[in-house]
Design a protein around this ligand. Structure first.
Ligand code: UDP
Length: 331
């Protein structure tokens, strides 16, 4: 099987690449390294079944060439992270909307299956205990940059579903909930790499707002296994699936757990949202996936739980010398 992964040098993309290569498959990635990192894929370069194209998916003719050569496209290239989206709203909208259009057009011309990764941001600030795939998008005003991310990914999903319905293009949509693990960067705002780096460098652990907001964290290895399984299930075509872990933790308790597991003396600092992001920033008090649909179709059951996930992230940063003299800066 020949796979094309857009955003393959990113955090999730590089894990997906590794897993597919380990299965004996061929992988070509395209990544412009805007939020991806060449260090995520350097160790794969000597593999003869691996090809890296460092370029943008905004180039239609290049994308078409790459799509032509593969059997399946995993479309992961996107603006990622709430902080990145709030700071670079225009770039985020362009890459998410135009980029996905280019991928789907090329896939349609070449009749190739596309797996689109979307996000739990789609559910917005709806207060349900656990979100189902057909729940409403409950978004705030367009003046708040956060919501442009959910809107742009929502449009990606609608595009994908429309290609499926009107052109019979095999499209699968996966909504990822707070995926974490080694290689995830803290600089785009994601909480686990930030807390672990802060703890290891003995800086204050920055809890935004009251810290009572809750999230569920999924291990990237579980997520990429689910993506691959869905990609090969005909019944998944034209459908949307939540992928994540449904065990909740408050951000305040997460900070305490990171402190305990690292043995760090870092204090826990509470930072108002307006200082952390932008004036008027809206956070959601909780966000958990209802996993019934993916469980029923592929028997999905996450194997790596939060403590082990954190231990793996801590070991990753320690192996890179974080917390040692000369490595104090955030990666
Ligand atoms: N957060 C935090 N401190 C940080 C970074 C994030 O308290 O240094 C909070 C953030 O406000 C949110 C939660 O952690 O409530 C998860 O944030 P992340 O950006 O990882 O994912 P989100 O669920 O917001 O997409």
């Amino acid at each position: 099987m020949k796979n094309l992964i857009t955003g393959g040098a990113g955090f999730v993309g590089s894990h997906l690449t590794e897993t597919l290569l380990a299965r004996g498959e061929e992988v070509t990635i395209i990544d412009d390294l805007s939020t991806g990192d060449i260090r995520n894929i350097l160790h794969l370069e000597s593999n003869p079944r691996f090809t890296a194209v460092i370029d943008t998916i905004m180039k239609g003719s290049l994308v078409e060439e790459l799509v032509k050569e593969c059997n399946i496209v995993y479309h992961l290239a996107a603006a990622v992270g709430v902080k990145f989206v709030v700071e670079k709203p225009l770039e985020s909208i362009q890459i998410n909307v135009k980029g996905t259009e280019i991928i789907l057009e090329a896939a349609n011309r070449r009749r190739k299956k596309v797996v689109i990764t979307s996000t739990s941001e789609i559910y917005g600030k709806g207060g349900k205990d656990a979100f189902c795939e057909n729940d409403d998008m409950t978004l705030g005003p367009t003046t708040s940059h956060r919501w442009s991310y959910a809107l742009s990914k929502g449009l990606d999903e609608i595009l994908g579903l429309t290609y499926y319905r009107e052109k019979s293009l095999p499209v699968v949509i996966a909504r990822l909930f707070n995926t974490c693990g080694p290689r995830q960067r803290g600089r785009y705002g994601m909480v686990i790499p930030r807390f672990v780096q802060q703890a290891l460098t003995e800086q204050p652990i920055t809890v935004y707002g009251t810290g009572k907001q809750k999230r569920c964290f999924a291990y990237v290895g579980d997520v990429v296994e689910a993506l691959i399984t869905l990609a090969h299930k005909p019944e998944a075509e034209g459908e949307i699936f939540n992928i994540g872990n449904d065990e909740e933790i408050s951000i305040e308790d997460l900070a305490r757990l990171v402190k305990e597991l690292t043995g760090s003396p870092s204090p826990i600092a509470y930072i108002p949202y307006d200082d952390a992001y932008e004036y008027g920033f809206e956070d959601m008090i909780k966000r958990a996936p209802d996993l019934t649909k993916i469980r029923n179709l592929i028997g999905y059951s996450p194997k790596v739980h939060l403590k082990e996930l954190l231990e793996r992230v801590i070991a990753y940063y320690r192996s890179r010398g974080l917390g040692q003299p000369g490595h104090e800066e955030l990666l």
